[in-house]
Design a protein around this ligand. Structure first.
Ligand code: NAD
Length: 478
């Protein structure tokens, strides 16, 4: 079995223990302490800021072609380490080993895609109003970035920020997830081992609020990117606004799933059950509020329940396990409280609703039917393995429900009607809409939300634009 490594900070190309002591890392499947994490103090942060400034000076002058070469090499190194990193990710986060492998492999894809995109950061020439006048728009990297990444996908949430920033020519200080630090560090190590100049990527851990308030306010930092809860996102956006820093905010969601009478029900059930319980439901785009049209309702519920009965919960390192523990005890108590409150609000508990065993953070895959909209789980993001299923009669009713909450990250729909598909593309208030499939979170497509789910995009051409600043240069040739 793989050894779980202790995690150090990376500052100016060197791995070091932090001045702030160490933090325990716990395996959520066993509750056991499996490793230590270095905690940054103020001196570490100052060193990281100085390193990011120096790294930026070098990297912004490195050609896009050479940046892409380093990135491709990092992707190759990461690919060669899948079997080494995946068990580490499972041990610290809980997800089944195959899902951990998928996460590393999709990080490889993201790095490759952004490496190519680095070479396409074109500017443009604007026709001038007079002779001998040239008007150019050039794209420049925005500068050193502070990135805050969460524990649900410790590699994938970090890789989109890192790849886009590095491709654009920015440097970055990553504040990684304290609960799941080693896999995020392994991702960054691939870049270091690929020859990324020192200071371009720096990795710190510690007390999140202390690090964010220090870094965001610091004049070296020119952009902030955060993935996490809406509450924290609003706090950081306020700080960034005060210091006029550019921001990308990828926050919470409460995704609606609209299943119409004319849908391919088998496909809807299979696709959504797989995505719902993937990563134990700890996904910002997880399908959560299922709305099923009247005639399809009974069949959908029966088939969905049957599909959920096949989910095998256990330690992600064990073979055949398809759902691991929740990543931390906070989610476990949140699931218990939300389910209890839902039942008080008329929710019919079809399956699950309770902790499994008394060791590790295991919670049963759960289905709640017809929970009143005033229940807490109908308002707050559950971020766990709970599906809420209700019924609707008309298109308008479905759209009103889809748009009911201040969230607007992902939405799903299942229908054979082109008219309904077109209507939904216009009417659903969401950053991403996936119809008759789960087609979200690819490196080449934009990923981001509207309303309280944040702003800015992490994937696609939009993803790299977030790290580029247009500069207009006009000259008269004399
Ligand atoms: P939380 O709100 O305390 O933290 C969420 C994330 O933000 C964590 O990674 C945390 O380290 C970081 N964070 C917290 N305070 C911070 C600060 N002041 N400065 C910088 N970073 C800070 O909640 P939690 O218990 O860790 O997670 C639960 C909730 O977070 C979930 O309900 C979900 O809404 C949200 N979440 C969303 C995502 C996502 O992919 N969008 C990922 C993880 C968590």
């Amino acid at each position: 079995m793989a050894q779980y490594p202790d995690t150090d900070l990376l500052i100016r190309g060197s791995w070091r223990s932090g001045g702030g002591g160490a933090i325990d890392v716990v395996n959520p499947a066993t509750g056991e302490v499996i490793g230590k994490l270095a905690k940054a103090d103020r001196k570490d942060l100052d060193d990281a800021l100085e390193a990011a400034a120096a790294g930026f000076a070098v990297w912004r002058k490195t050609s896009a072609f050479d940046r892409a070469n380093v990135m491709r090499k990092a992707a190759d190194i990461l690919k060669s380490r899948v079997e080494e990193i995946a068990p580490v990710l499972t041990m610290e986060q809980g997800k089944p080993l195959q899902q951990a492998r998928n996460e590393v492999n999709s990080a490889v894809e993201a790095i490759c895609w952004f490496a190519e995109e680095a070479t396409r950061t074109y500017g443009r020439i604007i026709p001038a109003r007079g002779p001998d006048i040239v008007q150019n728009v050039i794209k420049e990297p925005v500068g050193p970035v502070a990135a805050f990444t969460p524990w649900n996908f410790p590699i994938n949430q970090a890789v989109l920020k890192i790849s886009a920033a590095v491709a654009a020519g920015c440097s970055m200080i990553v504040k990684g997830p304290e609960e799941t630090p080693a896999s995020c560090a392994a991702l960054i190590k691939a870049f270091v081992d690929a020859g990324l100049p020192e200071g371009v990527l720096n990795l710190v851990y510690g007390v999140p609020s202390e690090i964010s308030s220090y870094l965001i306010a610091h004049p070296v930092i020119r952009k902030v990117s955060f993935t996490g809860s809406t509450a924290v996102g609003k706090l950081l956006a306020e700080m960034a606004g005060k210091h006029m820093k550019r921001i990308t905010m990828e926050l919470g969601g409460h995704a609606p799933v609209l299943v119409f009478d004319d849908a391919d029900l088998q496909s809807a059930v299979k696709t959504m059950a797989r995505v719902k319980y993937y990563n134990s439901g700890q996904i910002c785009i997880a399908p959560t509020r299922f709305m099923v049209q009247d005639k399809a309702f009974d069949n959908f519920v029966a088939d969905f329940e049957n599909e959920v009965s096949k989910v095998k919960v256990g330690d992600g390192l064990e073979p055949d396990v398809t759902m691991g523990p929740l990543a931390n005890e906070r989610r476990l108590s949140a699931m218990a409280e939300l389910t209890e409150d839902a039942v008080k609000h008329g929710g019919k508990l079809l399956v699950g609703g309770e902790r499994i065993g008394n060791r590790g953070n295991f919670f049963a895959p759960t289905i709640l039917l017809e929970t009143d909209r005033s229940a807490k789980i109908q308002i707050d993001e559950p971020f766990g393995p709970v599906a809420l299923i209700s019924r609707f009669k008309t298109y308008d009713e479905a759209v009103t429900e889809a748009n009911r909450l201040p969230y607007g990250l992902a939405a799903y729909a299942f229908t054979r009607s082109a008219k309904t598909m077109n209507g939904l593309s216009e009417d659903v208030e969401t950053g991403m809409l996936s119809i008759n499939q789960h087609g979200l979170a690819l490196p080449e497509t934009p990923f981001g939300g509207v309303k309280d789910s944040g702003y800015g995009s992490e994937g696609g051409a939009e993803g790299i634009e977030a790290y580029l600043q247009p500069k207009f240069v006009t000259k008269k040739l004399i």
